[in-house]
Design a protein around this ligand. Structure first.
Ligand code: ADP
Ligand code: ADP
Length: 226
């Protein structure tokens, strides 16, 4: 089964704005998938629906074969979400942020501590585990959010414009961490309006514009057509 299957997805905000006009797409397990499109294309709406933050108007969403509306909790347990805005407590230490987050989702403390070390190392933050998060650089804070999302061992990691508004050095650090996570087997979907980002990271992509998918396929095939 695909990691994500979206069929004929529609979203109308307040009976007027048609943000998604019948979007269908499949993301295979293990893929690193980009949803590329300009501002207002419908990317955040699509990600919002998949992560259960936005209600869909019509169509269906399945996460590893589990219908999002029929089995919301089971579907959500397979998803890790990296928010765009830094939303952890800046006075907590990275290690505590990760362990407390895992605890909230029912991960036993001993397991959480082991996972936290794995994730902090992967995000190149192990050396900062006991510092106040406030003192981390912008790039470190963003990698900490990726590490945190991995604490529940999601099969599908979702990021909405993870690098919007950050400089190239910070973006590269995030790209490295995401690549390692994908190499270890987690399916990743991200939205972006940077073609360069999709090109560097992703195997497959869909291009969305005005609420419709206008192209979809392997990165190489699509790039040769742009
Ligand atoms: P993107 O993430 O690609 O920039 P969005 O999904 O945010 O696109 O927006 C798609 C369309 O839906 C835009 O026309 C936007 O103005 C509209 N939209 C997004 N969120 C809302 C909302 N909460 N209420 C009304 N319209 C919205
Ligand atoms: P900033 O956020 O200020 O750009 P970073 O936290 O990204 O700083 O980088 C701090 C140091 O860690 C730099 O020397 C950088 O090269 C290194 N670094 C950052 N990310 C990675 C990574 N994914 N792999 C290896 N080294 C990294």
């Amino acid at each position: 089964v695909p990691a994500l299957r979206i069929q004929q997805l529609r979203k109308t905000y307040g009976n007027q704005v048609e943000a998604l006009k019948g979007v269908s797409l499949d993301v295979a397990e293990g893929d690193f998938f980009a949803l590329l499109g300009p501002n207002g294309a419908g990317k955040s709406t699509l990600i919002g629906i998949v992560s259960s933050l936005v209600n869909l108007s019509a169509g269906s969403v399945e996460i590893f074969g589990t219908d999002l509306r029929q089995q919301r909790d089971a579907a959500m347990r397979m998803i890790g979400l990296v928010p765009q805005e830094i939303n952890f407590n800046l006075f907590e230490k990275p290690l505590d942020i990760l362990v407390n987050y895992a605890g909230f989702y029912g991960v036993p403390r001993k397991v959480a501590l082991e996972r936290a070390e794995v994730e902090l190392r992967r995000a190149h933050l192990w050396g900062k585990a006991q510092m106040t998060s406030r003192t981390l650089s912008g790039g470190m804070k963003r990698r900490l959010m990726i590490a945190r999302a991995m604490m529940t061992r999601p099969r599908l990691l979702i990021l909405d414009e993870p690098t919007a508004g950050v400089d190239i050095e910070i973006r590269r650090g995030m790209w490295d961490t995401l690549r390692e996570i994908n190499d270890a087997g987690t399916t990743i979907i991200l939205t972006t309006h940077y073609l360069e980002e999709a090109e560097h990271l992703c195997r497959n992509l869909a291009i969305i514009d005005h609420g419709s998918i206008i192209a979809q396929g392997p990165m190489r095939t699509l790039l040769s057509r742009l």
